[in-house]
Design a protein around this ligand. Structure first.
Ligand SMILES: [Zn+2]
Length: 51
């Protein structure tokens, strides 16, 4: 039961995560100055805010 919920959450997060428009790579959420942004992994820059 718990495993099913967790894998469902993971699949949703994969769908929601945008690609960096500049590098076409995956991003991950990161907190910057009390705001959540999508952080681009290779260049370590914030690609766009998480709405
Ligand atoms: Zn980028």
């Amino acid at each position: 039961m718990a495993e099913a919920v967790r894998s469902d959450l993971v699949s949703r997060l994969r769908i929601v995560r945008p690609l960096c428009p500049d590098h076409r790579t995956g991003t991950h959420p990161k907190a910057v100055s009390d705001r959540a942004v999508w952080s681009c992994t290779p260049e370590a820059h914030a690609s766009e805010p998480v709405c």
